[in-house]
Design a protein around this ligand. Structure first.
Ligand SMILES: Cc1cc2nc3c(=O)[nH]c(=O)nc-3n(C[C@H](O)[C@H](O)[C@H](O)COP(=O)(O)OP(=O)(O)OC[C@H]3O[C@@H](n4cnc5c(N)ncnc54)[C@H](O)[C@@H]3O)c2cc1C
Length: 482
């Protein structure tokens, strides 16, 4: 599944980073991800103007990329962050995924950048009353968090450019030299010394030829996606007062229609909760979609279908449940919420045993604790979270280490990968994909990048005790390092 469109480049005469001359190569014109065998067109040699250049180039402005960019900049690096969408936050804001988890069910074990973001968010952030007894600790307003993230990046001195997509990785002499981005004015290059791929999908790494995996071992399918949505004008007291008879009848009706193929799939546990609670302005996590998020045509079809499914479900509630009669859909995700796509093969790979056995690593950058939370890759809406299967979670009060090695790779010494595309098995990814965990990686790798530049070494050569001391100094929780 990997696409290895490595491009050779040479500096144009007359100046460093003036323009990149990109050689003729076959361009894609076929179906699927690997376009090697399909029809192709030839693109003539191109001079690609350099748009920007920095010490550290972060691609992707989700939670992982934001943490990485801020932390690298605070440690003295000149940082640029590139984001394809018009706003920051990735899945957290644009897919309406607004819950953070920082507790091992006895105490908070994720602090550092995450805690800082919690505090910076002010009224946009809310703490759950029963924290830290449950792993969920905070929920936030996705609209407000877009602004909070922007301010944090501005204060750290990060140059942010949204609305452009990293589409090619330029490799020379075993190092990544530039990413090519598509802009309204054509293709441009962004050059750097260290690159951090925080695209969620591992786009930069894939384009640079870093080995990757996609999906579970048995059939290559990735976790199910979800179209999140919010409702307004729900008469919540009327919903809660409707009585269990009404709720059970409506739930049974939903199941019957679905089983007869006349109604969308839905997450049963979540649906029961929503028709019991009648929530206004709260993202509903219950409409699944299954397929390949790396295939644009398939993703388009699935997204449109999921939007229709939301209305079909809400229409039934409006008809059948007092209190929902006047309700309306106020928001849906900007796109489908994607939980998993590519995962790089790193210097270390986190696996399911390491998660549930709370394994510790000498190169830890922080802690993770979330269970192996798999949403059915076939799109039934079933999730292991609903069942709270104990054998899929670390014991209460215990957490595993997130190692730096899962963000580094053996192909390109100046490229790190953070977030849900870091090196983990399908099972471990189902834990470490959490936003709080992605930000732990981001803080670790961003800090590591700055230290590497300062010492004039590659990322993997940074002295781990020095990195860990810097992380602790910056408030990160980092205990039990072997
Ligand atoms: C429905 C759903 C529910 C979830 N529930 C929870 C939950 O309750 N709690 C929790 O913590 N986590 C939850 N998760 C998981 C979590 O939201 C994600 O795993 C996490 O947000 C991933 O962060 P990231 O920064 O790695 O990637 P993303 O958030 O995907 O960010 C990647 C960013 O890179 C940008 N990008 C992509 N490609 C390019 C490119 N080529 N060039 C430039 N920019 C690019 C994207 O636009 C995006 O902004 C859920 C996920 C989903 C989908």
């Amino acid at each position: 599944m990997t696409r290895t469109t490595r491009r050779k480049f040479m500096l144009a005469a007359g100046g460093s980073f003036g323009a990149l001359a990109v050689g003729a190569h076959p361009a894609a014109c076929g179906a699927g991800e690997d376009h090697g065998a399909g029809p192709a067109i030839v693109v003539p040699q191109q001079q690609v103007p350099v748009l920007a250049e920095a010490d550290v180039v972060v691609c992707g402005g989700g939670t992982a990329g934001i943490a990485a960019a801020c932390c690298a900049a605070r440690h003295g690096a000149r940082v640029i962050l590139l984001e394809r969408w018009p706003s920051l936050g990735g899945m957290a804001t644009n897919a309406l995924v607004n819950i953070w988890h920082t507790s091992d069910r006895t105490k908070q074990v994720i602090l550092g950048f995450v805690q800082e973001a919690v505090e910076r968010a002010g009224d946009f952030m809310h703490r759950y009353a029963d924290s830290p007894k449950r792993p969920e600790t905070h929920w936030f307003d996705p609209e407000g968090m877009r602004v909070v993230f922007w301010r944090m990046l501005q204060d750290a001195g990060v140059q942010v450019i949204c609305n452009l997509t990293a589409v090619e990785s330029v490799v020379q002499d075993g190092r990544l030299r530039a990413v090519l981005v598509d802009t309204k004015s054509g293709r441009r290059a962004v050059c750097g010394r260290i690159f951090i791929d925080a695209t969620g999908d591992g786009d930069v790494a894939a384009n640079a030829g870093v080995p990757l995996d996609v999906g579970r071992k048995s059939d290559g399918r990735v976790q199910g996606m979800t179209m999140m949505f919010c409702l307004g004008d729900v008469d919540s007291p009327a919903v809660r007062g409707a009585g269990s008879e009404v709720r059970e009848r409506v739930f049974a009706q939903m199941c019957q229609l679905r089983d007869a193929g006349q109604f969308p799939q839905f997450n049963e546990g979540a649906a029961k909760h929503y028709i019991r609670s009648g929530l206004n302005h709260v993202p509903h996590n219950m409409v699944p979609a299954a397929g390949n998020p790396l295939d644009e045509s398939e993703l388009t079809r699935l997204s449109m279908q999921a939007r229709e499914d939301v209305y079909r479900i809400v229409d039934l509630w409006r008809r059948e449940i007092p209190g929902f009669a006047q309700s309306r859909v106020t928001h849906m995700g900007h796109g489908l919420g994607v939980r998993e796509s590519r995962r790089i093969r790193g210097l270390k790979t986190l696996d399911g045993d390491q998660v549930v056995q709370a394994v510790k690593h000498p190169d830890a950058v922080g802690h993770g604790f979330w269970m192996i939370d798999i949403h059915d890759p076939k799109g039934s809406g079933y999730t292991t979270w609903t069942d709270q299967q104990r054998e899929l979670m670390p014991p209460a009060g215990e957490s595993y280490h997130i190692p730096l090695g899962m963000c580094l790779n053996g192909t390109l010494p100046n490229l790190a990968v953070v977030g849900r595309c870091a090196s983990a098995t399908h099972e471990a990814c189902a834990s470490v994909r959490l936003q709080s965990h992605c930000m732990v990686m981001g803080q670790g790798v961003g800090t590591c990048a700055a230290l590497a530049l300062e010492a004039g070494v590659d990322l993997a050569q940074v002295e781990i005790p020095k990195l860990q001391a810097a992380l602790r100094q910056d408030g990160a929780y980092l205990e039990d390092v072997p």
